[in-house]
Design a protein around this ligand. Structure first.
Ligand code: AMP
Length: 401
């Protein structure tokens, strides 16, 4: 796949629509973490050095098509204004009144921020008329919202179609994501360890199947490990299990065997009596879990085993926590895996909200080669699914538009 990048666009005095992911955590209108805003600055600044006619658009939360003050982009506009030393004009009624006239009167020290795209049901419905309004008077379309590329929303897909293909480009963040993620499937360096955790086998099955073609070892932790252990005949007590996903798990085991990929499942566990942060707990030494207990984290022997594999890898991809890491009693497995990935000298990539937060808690983010910002989008990219937001930005297309 080949995309125009920002560097290939002639931005001089042209009007630009920039789709960003400014979906930051907010409590009572106060930004709790502005990482996403700061991460967007290089793309914004690059554009502003060449043209002041900039329209920024983003979603925030899930207001489900209803104007909801808690999901207003106002605090984000204020933060952007502080960081960029520019006036940020928050525009509300762009769905009815296209912004082209505003754009023509825009001062040199001003930029336009559209109020939350998801206040309009047309956005998630992928509406074409909505996109036409967004793009009225716009010459260039730039997308730097990696986390939303798997959604065919109006601002992601239809809006790009409003300008000729040569006027569309990816921003710096997407460029970085693609460069890192594509290294997990092309010219990979071995040993290559894939670490999968979390609870939903279904969300990760596509990635496992796809990456099994490239990796040497698959380490499985988290709740999903128990479905794998159960189909191998081990007692799993009351552990979380997805019985209807047994066939999918079996297909992973079969494919791993066919491709000579080593599968590592937990060999001991930290167990609790129930899914409760205060539950009585114990380390269960051995694969089998006694009746009445549930596995809620990988145990110390599994941690050591996983660490030894991870540290000696030349390529690592990790998605999904090793246990209920939100509760301190069951967080150790995920934090130790985060540390091991941080200590690994190979090419390391972590994707997915929970694994990324484990990496941050373990203060390892700076030591990991790439921390992906888009959970669902990075999984979709790695399983080889077409991402509508990317396809529409390809230089040459095999589809309409
Ligand atoms: P996912 O969204 O599929 O990546 O799953 C993440 C969730 O899985 C987190 O909220 C974890 O608390 C949960 N989880 C991880 N390990 C276990 C486990 N052994 N039992 C129950 N839930 C778990």
């Amino acid at each position: 796949m080949d995309f125009s990048t920002l560097l290939q666009l002639d931005l001089t005095n042209r009007s630009v629509f920039l789709r960003l992911d400014l979906n930051v955590p907010l409590i009572d209108g106060v930004i709790q973490d502005d990482t996403r805003i700061r991460a967007a600055l290089p793309t914004i600044q690059y554009i502003l050095e060449r043209t002041h006619k900039l329209v920024i658009a983003s979603h925030l939360g899930r207001p489900k098509g209803v104007v909801t003050s808690a999901y207003s982009l106002e605090p984000i506009g204020r933060r952007l204004s502080e960081l960029l030393h520019r006036d940020v004009l928050l525009v509300h009624d762009y769905a009815e009144e296209p912004i082209d006239s505003l754009l023509s009167q825009l001062g040199k020290n001003q930029l336009i921020l559209l109020e939350n795209l998801r206040f309009h049901p047309e956005e998630t419905a992928g509406s074409e008329p909505f996109a036409k309004n967004l793009m009225k008077g716009i010459h260039l379309y730039v997308n730097d919202a990696f986390g939303t590329l798997h959604r065919a929303h109006s601002s992601i897909y239809e809006a790009a179609l409003e300008v000729p293909r040569e006027n569309r480009a990816i921003g710096f963040l997407i460029e970085k994501e693609i460069a890192a993620l594509s290294q997990l499937t092309t010219d990979v360096r071995r040993p290559y360890t894939l670490i999968m955790g979390g609870s939903k086998v279904e969300d990760k099955i596509g990635v496992m199947l796809h990456l099994l073609e490239h990796c040497n070892r698959l380490l499985i932790g988290g709740a999903m490990a128990y479905t794998f252990l159960e189909i191998q005949g081990f007692p799993i007590g009351n552990s979380f299990v997805e019985r209807e996903k047994r066939a999918l798990c079996q297909s992973i085991l079969d494919m791993a065997q066919a491709r000579k990929v080593e599968i590592c499942l937990p060999i001991d566990h930290v167990c609790g009596k129930s899914l409760d942060p205060e539950t009585p707990h114990q380390v269960v030494d051995g694969i089998a879990i006694p009746a009445g207990w549930m596995g809620l984290d990988i145990g110390p022997k599994t941690i050591r085993l996983f660490e030894s594999y991870i540290i000696n890898s030349s390529t690592v991809f990790w998605n999904g926590p090793m246990g209920v890491f939100e509760w301190p009693t069951f967080a150790k497995g995920s934090l130790k895996v985060a540390e091991a990935v941080g200590r690994c000298m190979g090419f390391t990539v972590v994707g997915g909200g929970d694994s990324v937060s484990a990496v941050n808690q373990a203060h390892m983010a700076a030591r990991i080669r790439h921390v992906s910002t888009g959970g669902g989008a990075s999984l979709a990219y790695l399983e080889g699914s077409p991402l509508p937001g990317l396809r529409v930005l390809e230089k040459r297309a095999d589809h309409g538009g």
